[in-house]
Design a protein around this ligand. Structure first.
Ligand SMILES: NC(=O)c1ccc[n+]([C@@H]2O[C@H](COP(=O)([O-])OP(=O)(O)OC[C@H]3O[C@@H](n4cnc5c(N)ncnc54)[C@H](O)[C@@H]3O)[C@@H](O)[C@H]2O)c1
Length: 460
């Protein structure tokens, strides 16, 4: 991108960040779940929270940080993981001083939480969401909500049957850069959106990491079409403000897995460490060592698995054409072995175009802001610069503020429920099915959700 005319003055920077901050101000009326069903049962007024899955995300984003930063609003009453070692270490990292359980239903029976947070492997989310709601809790579920259409239907049905609610944590919606794009699209600056070009690049560090872990198996994470791209499809659904109608997709595995020049089981026990560009020394990271290496004896899970193992059965390059109910068409791709990590997106509209990109690793400039360019068909272009945030572009903290701090509003419609969680996954599930059948797959044929021309927002 050319740099002329876009040096950010301090005044512009503050003006832009002020707009974003100003649009998420606290209002004492809203609550975590609609219908006030999460009203705390305790006299302290704090919400009783239990968590299942004390791995990386559970111990960090939803554990330690919640205990430290949201202790005025939240009481941890129970932690669960089926790996007793990781439960013990995760519990120490979280520092909640509450009982721990390897038996989930025992935890639910004995602790009776208001809210259950689910941070287990993706293939288990449906079980914990359904059981959790049946046992009286509202749910905060990490993305992806579930990895196939049958599991998605289980959660839809359980929510209806129990009257409880499941919220899905699409932290990507909360980054100021993406929130600003949503505001620009709603402002009509580029007229009606007609098409979107969206290309996401995972690099040879973070991208490769998916092929080291349980994510490499379609039966665990639904493939990156669901595990990773559901983040991207949720952004599209939210930005376009309509439901996806149909998907046609292509994909292949041609870099990792069976394509590697050699292979081992995991990096620590491999004879190819010297010649392998993907050698990963897990022992250099104390947190990874404590969470995973020290607890391999319980479940045999290698966090530093070889990216070239023959059992990798997910795609490493993917492309899809997605049609929306309001007529918008999307050209999407995901590449997993790029020299840099980030994305490029363009919205084409009847009055102009929005271009935006993020380069998260290996950046070509040392700018400390992210940029959006708004082009008018017959006018001047506008450069908008936003401060960079840490923790998924600043999204993690804003998401937790909205979930835990009473009275936080949802002006940008960022709160996502089961319908949003389902539709994001269903695009990826449809893509998988399309690759297998070589045909266009329709979202309406997958679950009881009927796609709408105008997106239904979740109310909080
Ligand atoms: N929103 C985001 O940006 C984001 C980022 C990272 C991870 N995540 C999501 O968080 C979830 C956890 O990811 P992670 O990186 O922490 O994985 P992880 O492997 O580090 O942790 C998962 C934990 O769940 C436990 N577990 C698995 N099955 C279980 C069962 N049946 N009963 C009890 N415990 C069980 C495992 O032992 C492990 O401790 C995933 O769904 C992932 O998609 C989301």
């Amino acid at each position: 991108m050319k740099k002329e005319n876009r040096t950010m003055s301090r005044r512009n920077f503050l003006a832009v960040s002020g707009t974003i901050a100003g649009s998420t101000v606290i209002n004492p009326k809203s609550q975590i779940f609609a219908g006030n069903v999460a009203t705390p049962k305790q006299s302290s007024g704090k919400i009783k929270v239990a968590l299942v899955g004390t791995g990386n995300r559970g111990a960090g984003m939803w554990g330690g940080s919640v205990v430290k930063e949201y202790f005025d609003y939240v009481d941890y009453v129970g932690l669960c993981d089926h790996n007793p070692g990781r439960l013990e270490v995760g519990s120490q990292m979280i520092g909640a001083n509450c009982p721990t359980f390897t038996d989930f239903e025992q935890m639910m029976r004995e602790t009776k939480p208001d809210v259950l947070i689910i941070t287990t492997d993706d293939d288990t989310h449906d079980y914990f969401a359904e059981k959790g709601m049946e046992m009286g809790a509202n749910i905060i579920c990490e993305k992806p909500m579930a990895i196939d259409e049958r599991k998605i239907q289980t959660i839809i049905d359980a929510e209806k049957r129990t009257g409880k609610e499941c919220r899905v944590t699409f932290n990507y919606r909360y980054s100021p850069h993406r929130a600003k794009i949503w505001e620009l699209l709603r402002s009509g600056e580029i007229g009606n959106i007609t098409s979107v070009d969206f290309h996401w690049y995972l690099d040879t560090s973070h991208g490769a990491d998916y092929f080291r872990r349980w994510h490499r198996l379609v039966e665990k994470g639904g493939s990156l079409w669901v595990h990773k791209a559901s983040h991207h499809f949720d952004l599209l659904n939210w930005w376009i403000e309509s439901d996806p109608k149909s998907v046609y997709a292509l994909g292949n595995l041609e870099f990792y897995g069976k394509n590697g020049p050699f292979r081992g089981v995991n990096c620590r026990n491999c004879s190819h460490t010297k010649e392998c560009n993907f050698y990963f020394d897990i022992m250099r990271n104390e947190r990874n060592k404590r969470l995973y290496v020290d607890n391999e004896k319980y479940d045999g899970y290698h966090r530093d698995g070889c990216v070239f193992r023959n059992d990798v059965n997910i795609y490493d390059k993917m492309a899809a054409t997605i049609k929306y109910m309001n007529g918008v068409q999307v050209s999407y791709s995901l590449t997993t072995y790029s020299p840099y990590e980030g994305y490029r997106i363009a919205f084409n509209g009847t009055k102009g175009r929005i271009d935006a990109w993020i380069q998260e690793s290996n950046p070509t400039t040392d700018a400390n802001y992210d940029e959006i360019i708004v082009y008018k068909n017959f006018g001047r272009r506008q450069y908008i610069q936003l401060p960079q945030g840490s923790g998924h572009g600043g999204g993690d903290k804003l998401l937790k503020d909205q979930i835990f701090i009473p009275g936080t509003t949802d002006d940008l419609k960022q709160a996502a429920g089961v319908r949003d969680g389902a539709l994001a996954c269903l695009v990826g599930i449809a893509a998988r099915k399309s690759i297998n059948s070589k045909e266009t797959v329709f979202i309406k044929d997958l679950t009881t959700i009927k796609p709408q021309e105008k997106k239904e927002y979740r109310k909080i």
